[in-house]
Design a protein around this ligand. Structure first.
Ligand SMILES: N[C@@H]1[C@@H](O)[C@H](O)[C@@H](COP(=O)(O)O)O[C@@H]1O
Length: 395
């Protein structure tokens, strides 16, 4: 995890906007290979969007080959309501840049079948090749998108009931107060966010400090869904000083120092290799060769053999060395019995070698027994058992 700490909201926003521009430009998107960007709403990303618009206008970046997926949307709020996330995104970003309308994806909180809407959204993300960079904000209770405390960390796009805390926090945007805030929303899941190649979270202000502390200094916990970022290979949180208020001094110093060292070493803004943000490398699945031993086909990754059930079905007699029958004294590998004081044990465990020799001379193997053992061995190869039985014959 990278934690980038900046003095104030505007320098944190500037860092994130520059980062996104660099990612898009480095990716060099084309119509057939667009850059797929996940986007949030809320007050936190407003500064980032403002700078992205400025950079677009200055010719530093184009969104022509960028495809976007927004994180969430209220249910039942008219699409053109001033507080719908549709309105928010067009007001702050989409109306000011060159993104083609068909490249913009937002959940429809008024869809006739909300569940189908969510499933279709996941399918669209898949069809776009997955999200290259998911930008996110967080709620005061540590939610990412609308994944409220207690959300499954394996969740995907779905309907979510909002907590009282979130309704209260978001009521500042609704003139009528609490009653006007929708109580339910559609949201991408925690796993949908984790599936992105890269996740960048902007965290601003003291009211997010506890959530940041839970995410950075404590374990992965579904009550602070942002903490699931610890499971992502490339997460980066960009915050202002106020958001660090609940962090330990040593945590802040640690993250600041590694950023300083990285800068001194010349890789402050190291751009990712193609493996990180380029098209996924072709993964060749090499099938393990099928090995057939004595009629038993070994499992392969492509066609796993139900080994467990095979063993469960098998009778212990045929599948396992039978431990309940102790080996005869003849198989004691060394003369351990001589170390046991009890003469009874000594006699049983370590027969007199001379007696052994005599037995060997007189004992005749039963005709055909060795051949029968060889046959049974070909069905169930259990070298230990087989060896044991053959030796028993010779004893
Ligand atoms: N669903 C959104 C979240 O995606 C966003 O992160 C959060 C933070 O909003 P703000 O940045 O205004 O604190 O608001 C809402 O709850």
């Amino acid at each position: 995890m990278r934690l980038i700490i900046r003095d104030d909201p505007s320098s944190a926003s500037s860092y994130v906007a520059n980062y996104i521009v660099q990612r898009i430009n480095h990716f060099a998107p084309s119509p057939t290979r667009p850059f797929v960007l996940g986007l949030p709403t809320g007050s936190s990303p407003v500064g980032v969007y403002r700078i992205l618009v400025e950079k677009y206008k200055a010719g530093e970046v184009s969104f022509e080959n960028v495809v976007t997926f927004n994180m969430d949307e209220y249910i039942s709020l008219p699409r053109d309501h001033p507080q719908s996330y549709h309105t928010f995104m067009y007001t702050h970003l989409f109306s000011h840049i060159d993104i083609p309308p068909q490249n913009v994806h937002l959940l429809d909180g008024n869809a006739p079948n909300l569940e189908a809407e969510c499933l279709a959204y996941e399918a669209k993300i898949q069809a776009a090749g997955g999200i290259d960079l998911f930008l996110a904000g967080i709620g005061e209770d540590g939610h990412i998108a609308f994944n409220e405390p207690g959300s499954s960390l394996a969740s995907r796009t779905r309907v979510k009931t909002l907590t009282y805390d979130t309704i209260l926090a978001n009521s500042r945007f609704f003139e009528g107060g609490l009653d006007q805030v929708p109580k339910m929303a559609l949201t991408v899941g925690v796993q949908t966010v984790l599936d992105a190649s890269e996740v960048v979270v902007i965290v601003l202000g003291a009211r997010k400090a506890l959530a940041l502390q839970k995410c950075i200094e404590q374990g992965v916990n579904h009550m602070w869904t942002l903490s699931a970022l610890q499971l992502h290979p490339h997460p980066m949180i960009v915050c202002d000083e106020d958001a660090t208020l609940e962090l330990q001094v040593k945590t802040v110093k640690y993250f600041k120092s590694i950023e300083q060292i990285a800068r001194a070493e010349g890789f402050e803004q190291i751009l990712p290799t193609k493996i990180r943000t380029g098209p996924a490398p072709e993964v060749r699945v090499q099938r393990a060769a099928t090995v057939v031993v004595d009629g038993f086909q070994s499992p392969t990754i492509a066609s796993p053999q139900p080994t467990t059930s095979h063993l469960l079905r098998a009778s212990p007699e045929t599948e396992y060395p039978v431990r309940s029958r102790s080996p005869s004294p003849d198989f004691t590998p060394d003369r351990m019995g001589s170390r046991i004081g009890d003469p009874e044990h000594t006699r049983r465990l370590t027969p007199d070698p001379d007696q052994q020799q005599q037995k060997k001379q007189f004992a005749q193997p039963e005709p055909g027994l060795l051949q029968r053992h060889a046959r049974s061995r070909s069905k169930t190869p259990r070298p230990v058992v087989v060896t044991t039985r053959i030796n028993a014959v010779g004893a």
